[in-house]
Design a protein around this ligand. Structure first.
Ligand SMILES: Cc1cc2nc3c(=O)[nH]c(=O)nc-3n(C[C@H](O)[C@H](O)[C@H](O)COP(=O)(O)O)c2cc1C
Length: 306
């Protein structure tokens, strides 16, 4: 699509997107939640909250809490399960003309396999599957999948049954993010999404107890933006051929451009959507205006100017 004379079309690996700005998993629901705020077909993609092969209740409340320049959450991956999503939410979402990226999660390699297999016959409008690797592994190898290159590769290899491009969503809570990125690319991920939330903990000044029902949680929003830009940069420097989706603290067009300069092909907007459900569209338009002012006519040329 063209905004301000700028062609916004980008590719993430083999996936063509009308614009370089998508929703971030977990911040825009599973379906048409944002459709009353903007035309869902005019952003790059709607990325669903991570869905498992099974229904899941999530964590006790409170699940979200504000922090300086951001928020902390421990929603705990509440969800209806893939079969229910395919039957009840996906059809309405596809009717909007949105490009859909389905995010999946699991507690074991086999959970991920089952979630991916359930997507094998999903309509082509599900353009990609984002594999959320920031989940605890309950099978004894004792780690968050995304903190362990080998485990992450095992998960990605197990999700081939979805029959569509896979983006592995990485964690910034490891100094081995480049190793993990290389391992998931070898295992079949077409792109990496960088990055999920930063581990955090907030205490409530009234109760002197953790502010979230779960105790700790994941920090997101503007506070994490430079961390995520650095992670994208490091992965891109080490693996220049690997497509990257940048996510973390994007609230303006310039924030998005920083990710593109660091090496991302597209970005996602999460926390900013809680304050402004039209944030994705605003970021898209601000990005186009900045790029136009610089005399660039295609967003894919942004990196070429530096
Ligand atoms: C309330 C909330 C729920 C989230 N749920 C998910 C999720 O289900 N799966 C996932 O991969 N990331 C999830 N995330 C992480 C975001 O997709 C994103 O990676 C992170 O928040 C950083 O981007 P942001 O600063 O723009 O929010 C969630 C974030 C928030 C704030």
């Amino acid at each position: 699509m063209i905004v301000d004379g700028v062609d916004l079309a980008v590719r993430v690996g083999s996936v063509e997107l009308a614009a370089p700005v998508m929703t971030a998993s977990g911040t825009a629901g599973y379906g048409t939640e944002f459709a009353s705020f903007f035309d869902l077909s005019t952003i790059g993609a709607v990325v669903t909250k991570s869905i498992a092969a099974f229904e899941w209740a999530g964590n006790p409340a409170p699940r979200v809490h504000p922090t300086p320049q951001g928020m902390i959450n421990a929603v705990g991956l509440q969800g209806p399960g893939i079969e229910s999503w395919l039957a009840h939410q996906l059809p309405k979402l596809l009717d909007t003309g949105a490009t859909v990226v389905c995010s999946i999660w699991g507690r074991s390699v086999d959970d991920y396999r089952r979630a991916a297999d359930a997507l094998a016959d999903a309509p082509g409008g599900v353009a990609a599957v984002e594999v959320n690797l920031s989940c605890p592994n309950l099978e004894g190898r004792g780690s968050i999948f995304a903190h362990d290159a080998e485990l992450s590769a095992d998960v990605v290899a197990a999700t081939a049954g979805c029959g569509r491009p896979r983006w592995a969503k990485l964690s910034p809570n490891t100094d081995r993010i480049v190793d993990v990125a290389a391992a998931v690319a070898d295992a079949g991920a077409e792109a990496v999404t960088v990055a999920n939330t930063l581990l955090g903990l907030v205490f409530d000044p009234e109760t002197w107890r953790p502010a979230l029902g779960n105790g700790g949680g994941g920090l997101s929003g503007r506070a994490v933006h430079p961390v995520a830009v650095r992670a994208v940069h490091d992965v891109h420097q080490a693996l220049p051929e690997l497509p990257i989706v940048g996510v973390g603290g994007v609230a303006s067009g310039w924030d998005a451009i920083e990710f593109l300069l660091a090496g991302a092909s597209a970005v996602q907007v999460g926390t900013a959507s809680f304050a402004d459900p039209r944030a994705c569209v605003r970021v898209r338009d601000e990005l186009a205006a900045i790029v136009a002012e610089r005399g660039i006519h295609r967003v894919i040329d942004v990196r070429a100017v530096v």
